[in-house]
Write a protein of this length. Structure first.
Length: 360
């Protein structure tokens, strides 16, 4: 069985790599044609254009991988079906599930790998790509980020932070005040004032703090030279007006962003949809493989071009459902979790139905 598993998996992986390379080249060429006039007009060096697309490549691969997976499953399994190899395997007493098991296992591992890359590598390369575009095309290198006045953040239950002015260029907040209220919000239990709040080695630090504690109509006053607040869950970028895009944030960063919205009394519905999509979209590779492999195992007379057309049609349908679910989640029609997983649920159920129909 190891030889058979290796044979099936090798055919699939070779086709997958070919499809990924083809889709990536097409994507880069189309994007380059669209932006070539901007690169030329702004005098962007050729090596920076190359660097831009090198950083763009991981995102392109993640985006086009479900299409490539479906195409590889239809081509590799379809070719074995046309050559009667699937029939021969079944005649030897091997079930369809066992034949396709190496592909399903590979698809699941691939989804986990993409999930990991989407949380670590892809946001970093996307950020660097956007930085190159801003610096060389938008000429924004020397522009200083605008600060923000009067920031209010709930840092814990009953405790509110006020920053008079935040400078994102130095990651420093000025005129800082923290007020701690009682359970009924009827009186202030403690107030901390500091001239500055700085970001040092991944921790927020307040210096020359004046602490006032109010007990039984008495005020206890004391001064602390340095106070570290490791419980603050926000980072300097989250206090800037420069809103990071969805694809630039990983799961944890987006989760912290949502927590800040909730603390400030906002409605995080649309962002919750995007948060759940960061988990559901990588597993599209596994779901779409579950859908495509049994479909290709049917005995048909379809050729290569028809398989290619079916692949594109299915992927357009899949991404259409993903976008529809995302839109329904953003406007509140569907719960965020259901909106993000709607495409996977529909195609997952369809995959189970197709498998049982083909197996009979």
């Amino acid at each position: 069985m190891r030889i058979l598993d290796s044979y099936i998996l090798r055919n699939f992986v070779v086709t997958l790599i070919f499809a990924l390379v083809a889709f990536s080249i097409i994507f880069v060429i189309v994007d380059l044609i669209e932006n070539l006039d901007k690169f030329i007009d702004k005098g962007v060096p050729y090596y920076k254009v190359i660097e831009y697309y090198v950083y763009y490549l991981p995102y392109i691969i993640v985006l086009s991988l479900p299409v490539a997976v479906l195409l590889a499953s239809l081509f590799s399994v379809g070719q074995m079906t046309r050559n009667n190899e699937i029939v021969a395997m079944k005649s030897a007493g091997i079930s369809l599930l066992r034949i396709l098991l190496p592909l399903f296992t590979f698809g699941f591992i691939l989804s986990l790998g993409i999930l990991y890359l989407g949380e670590t590598f892809v946001p970093m390369t996307n950020e660097k790509r956007i930085d190159i575009y801003k610096e060389y095309v938008q000429k924004a290198k020397k522009k200083r980020l605008r600060g923000q006045n009067d920031i209010y953040i709930q840092v814990s239950k009953g405790e509110w932070l006020n920053i008079g002015f935040f400078d994102p260029n130095t990651s420093t907040g000025h005129r800082v005040s923290i007020q701690k209220f009682d359970a009924n919000f009827s009186r202030i239990e403690r107030r901390i004032d500091a001239p500055e709040l700085t970001w040092e080695d991944g921790t927020w630090v307040m210096k020359n703090c004046i602490i006032r504690e109010f007990e039984d109509k008495k005020e206890i006053l004391r001064q602390v030279e340095r106070m570290e607040r490791t419980d603050f869950q926000f980072k300097p970028v989250e206090l800037s007006r420069q809103q990071r895009k969805f694809e630039e944030m990983n799961y944890r960063e987006l989760q912290r962003f949502i927590e800040n919205i909730v603390r400030n009394g906002g409605k995080p519905g649309r962002w919750l949809v995007d948060l759940h999509l960061k988990i559901s979209f990588p597993f599209a590779n596994f779901i779409i493989l579950l859908f495509g492999a049994p479909l290709a195992s049917r005995k048909t007379r379809s050729g290569t071009m028809k398989s290619f057309g079916v692949s594109l049609l299915i992927c357009f349908l899949y991404f259409g459902i993903i976008k529809t679910g995302q839109a329904l989640g953003h406007n509140g029609t569907l719960p965020p979790l259901l909106a993000a997983w709607m495409g996977n649920i529909i195609f997952g159920v369809s995959a189970i139905y197709i498998y049982y129909k083909v197996r009979m």
